[in-house]
Write a protein that binds this ligand. Structure first.
Ligand code: PEP
Ligand code: MN
Length: 357
């Protein structure tokens, strides 16, 4: 008798479970509708006041036997799950967000052979600033010897102080172009403003957006309209989310060929210029399908630790390395403390080539 009564009661619980399941999913569908309206309105998903109001309503309506505390705990779980679903759906719409483990943006340069993000390790090296033809030629020769295809050299320098060297301007880009052509390399150089786009297109193969412009949405949107790839640095004090939204501006404006480059983050440490955030590299690779390059020059601010930093970059799962090289670093017009001389660059390249990851 007791046995059959138990069976019957368990049957009731099973039916109630199914009803609850149905209601929970019905509720989730309404939450999805709410997400759409919130997206139209441009408001966030989480509204603490709304949550508090719903809990009060439930408390008032609760006739037991569950206590108010238990009811509130159960509903908080439902709210948490709903918010997680809303955030997951929102992330899925972000173009730079990785959708599957094997998704990868591969950038193919015009020669059809030079690729970034294809699983190879890319070297993007060269001087901090373009200073003269002779300097660029010497550096390019050293890079060419190691098979480097992407040569950096800045003609516009966004210096912290307006009294510091500001770069050679268009004359510098002409030098970079002719030297790169001589050695069969590509020019990577920093653009400061969208008014420079047409002029840059005459000389530059990859447009570089520096840390100070990472959130310049007008520039980023304009770079979404060009056909050349864009390399984007993390800002001076930006979070990874802000960094990826910077990239999203370019991609959502029509240019899928974006490379991320990280300069580390500002911390309290003084013995390095910035702190190379290895976790950031791993997270960027996990969260996004864009290639990630590690800038070991600006993250360290010193050349004497370049080799261990470069080894860490190679082992980190990044797609490449950026290091500054100058024929005579102590007299360089910018970043004299961190640029490698040609011999140090040789040693760095020889050391990395021997490493197998
Ligand atoms: C650079 O790479 O030379 C440069 C200016 O870097 P950042 O934007 O990180 O200052
Ligand atoms: Mn520099």
């Amino acid at each position: 008798m007791a046995e059959s009564q138990l069976q019957e009661l368990r049957g009731q619980v099973d039916r109630l479970n199914l009803q609850l399941l149905e209601l929970l999913n019905q509720r989730a569908k309404v939450v999805e509708e709410i997400s759409k309206v919130q997206a139209q309105m441009g408001t966030g998903f989480y509204d603490p006041q709304r949550e508090a109001d719903m809990l009060t309503q439930l408390e008032m309506a609760n006739n037991g036997p569950f206590s108010n505390e238990t009811i509130k705990a159960l509903f908080r779980e439902i709210f948490r799950a709903s918010l997680a679903m809303q955030e997951k759906d929102a992330r899925a719409k972000i173009l730079v967000q990785r959708k599957s483990p094997d998704q990868a943006t591969v950038i193919t340069m015009p020669d059809g052979v030079t690729k970034i993000g294809d699983g190879s390790f890319t070297y993007l090296t060269g001087s901090c600033a373009i200073e003269s033809y002779e300097q660029m030629d010497q550096v390019a020769q050293a890079l060419h010897k190691h098979g480097v295809k992407l040569m950096r050299g800045m003609a516009y320098k966004p210096r912290t102080s307006p009294y510091d060297y500001q770069g050679m301007g268009e004359e510098g880009l002409k030098i970079a172009r002719s030297v790169a052509d001589k050695y069969g390399m590509y020019v990577v150089s920093e653009i400061m403003d969208k008014s420079q786009i047409d002029m840059f297109a005459d000389y530059v193969d990859i447009f570089w957006v520096g840390a100070r412009n990472m959130q310049n949405s007008f520039l980023l949107k304009a770079l979404g309209k060009i056909k050349q790839p864009v390399i984007l640095k993390n800002g001076i004090a930006s979070t990874l989310e802000e960094f990826l939204y910077g990239a999203e501006y370019i991609v959502s404006s029509g240019n899928p060929n974006v490379i991320l480059i990280t300069r580390g983050i500002r911390t309290f440490e003084k013995w390095t210029r910035n702190t190379l955030d290895l976790g950031a590299i791993a997270v960027l690779k996990l969260e996004s399908h864009l290639p990630v390059i590690v800038d070991i020059s600006h993250s360290a601010g010193r050349r004497d630790i370049a080799i261990p930093m470069a080894k860490a970059a190679l082992a980190s799962g990044a797609d490449g390395l950026m290091v500054e090289v100058h024929p005579n670093p102590p007299v360089a017009m910018s970043d004299a403390k961190q640029q490698l001389d040609l011999k140090q660059f040789d040693t760095l390249m020889d050391t990395l080539k021997k490493m197998k990851i």
